[in-house]
Write a protein that binds this ligand. Sequence first.
Ligand SMILES: [Zn+2]
Length: 140
Amino acid sequence: MGASVNGFRRLSTASVIRGGKGWSLLGARCSGCEAPIYPVLTVCPHCGGRDFVALPLPTIGTLYCHSVVHMGPRGVDTPYTVGYVDFSEGLRVFGRIEMEAGAVQTGQQLELRVKAANKRASQFIYFFAAPGEVPRQVSS
Ligand SMILES: [Zn+2]
């Protein structure tokens, strides 16, 4: 995959890209069996193929399941919510959900959000939030 794929510009992380429509997770589609893959691997887990084309994922997905974390890593405020979000490409992506814990409901739509992980904006992290809703400040 080159520096620019489908009009998307790759940033320093391999999995998050910014294009004309905003942020997206960058997956891949196997050239051998057409299977969508995220995160990107070097070998297709379905057919063993090694040729892929870039596949920016949809930004809206459906929450498959979630859980509230009460004891997190040092320096991370708790409680916070994590979950698996299903995308129309048939992929299930794990991530943090930036919503009030009591407001999160399995089956609801969630939207991908991206923010800089440091002041230089050399790395980015993603999380999920209700579509159109401005999430509370994320602690990093
Ligand atoms: Zn394959």
